[in-house]
Design a protein around this ligand. Structure first.
Ligand code: TXA
Ligand code: MG
Length: 329
């Protein structure tokens, strides 16, 4: 289990901001205010830090996270902006709008933060505390709302403490958030599509675009803890090679996704082996999950045999993703 931590709540003075930046740079998680709701931040480029974040939230599955950056220039280092995305970024950033856009080649955000997708959600928060942390960190910050999985989003430091006290090191208390609802999410992957209503009104977005937003098909909309998102907006990375779960032995022609120090029988004949964590550490395993699946998918094997992963802590989310990846499409 997550060790019980002495959660510190600090006013956003220079020392507290410096402590937040230090904690984040060292792979820790910190709750901080934005103009919409409080976020739970981690260095988006550090897969183990992102795994700790999911663990603190108690998320039973890996939802893709929003990468928070200081400005449009920093966002363009992560993702490709078409004309519509540029127009929306220029009209509403910094502010409560998140854009889902194609990941740029060489995007440094960890595969776990984007849940293995080819797209990434990016936002520039309009809040002095969030901006000061980003300026100190100089890296994108992955940040879901700072609530326990299944609870409502927090708009005060007290809400965060009630949900995550004992599970995180530090909460920066910037007072009540001004917008109070999450950011509006728009996908710019073709005709702009509204994935989640939020802090920027649809009308304002349509005015800036000069055209109407497409509505997300039922089941695609973001905001749910586990949005089903088929097709273009697939929110689940799916390898092309079929998966065989809970494999005790490797069959000829298979690749192996291993876990732990002892490999499955027949591993020596596997087309390729990737170990999620040789020492059996679930945080390390989560951080490696999507990149290892991708590597095995590229091996051209007939099947990917997957060793059992314990169903505890982050193992629940890892198994959730493996089960989705294994289900027929
Ligand atoms: O206002 C906000 O957006 C707050 C503050 C902290 O910035 N953050 C927030 O994050 O609400 P979260 O994780 O609670 O919600 C983000 C939503 C999730 O529903 C997720 O599925 C969706 O964004 N999302 C993230 N990346 C996506 C992607 N590549 N494609 C589709 N949906 C995505
Ligand atoms: Mg949330």
């Amino acid at each position: 289990m997550t060790a019980q931590l002495a959660t510190r709540v600090a006013k956003p003075d220079a020392a507290a901001i410096a402590a937040a930046v230090r904690t984040l740079a060292a792979g820790g998680v910190v709750a901080f205010p934005t103009e919409t709701v409080y976020g739970l931040g981690a260095d988006a480029t550090n897969g183990a830090a992102v795994a700790r974040l999911y663990e603190a939230k108690g998320r039973p599955s890996f939802n893709p996270l929003i990468a928070h950056v200081a400005d449009l220039a920093a966002a363009r280092a992560l993702a490709r902006f078409d004309a519509d995305a540029m127009r929306l970024a220029e009209a509403f950033w910094p502010g409560p709008l998140t854009l889902v856009v194609p990941k740029a080649a060489g995007c440094p955000v960890s595969e776990l933060a984007t849940a293995g997708l080819e797209t990434i959600a990016v936002r520039v928060p309009n809040h002095a505390v969030a901006q000061r942390i980003l300026a100190g960190l100089r890296r994108p910050m992955a940040a879901p709302s700072a609530n326990r999985s299944g609870h409502v989003s927090p708009t005060t430091a007290a809400h965060v403490l009630a949900d995550l006290g004992g599970r995180i090191d530090l909460i920066i208390d910037g007072g009540a958030t001004s917008v109070g609802v999450e950011s509006t999410i728009v996908a710019c992957l073709g005709a702009p599509m509204l994935l989640r209503p939020g802090g920027v009104a649809r009308e304002a977005i349509e005015y800036a675009l000069g055209r109407q937003l497409v509505d997300a098909p039922a089941g695609v909309a973001a905001g749910a803890e586990a949005p089903l998102a088929p097709g273009m907006l697939a929110s689940h990375y799916a390898p092309r090679t079929p998966l065989r779960l809970n494999a005790e032995r490797v069959e000829r022609g298979e690749a192996l996704l291993a876990f732990g120090p002892k490999l499955a029988a027949g591993a020596g004949d596997a087309a390729r082996v990737q170990n999620l964590s040789e020492r059996g550490d679930l945080i390390e395993a989560a951080a490696n999950l999507f990149s290892h699946l991708r590597a095995l998918d590229a091996a051209g094997a007939k099947t990917i045999a997957v060793m059992p992963v314990p169903q505890q802590n982050l193992g629940e989310a890892i198994n959730d993703r493996l089960m989705r990846a294994a289900s027929p499409r």
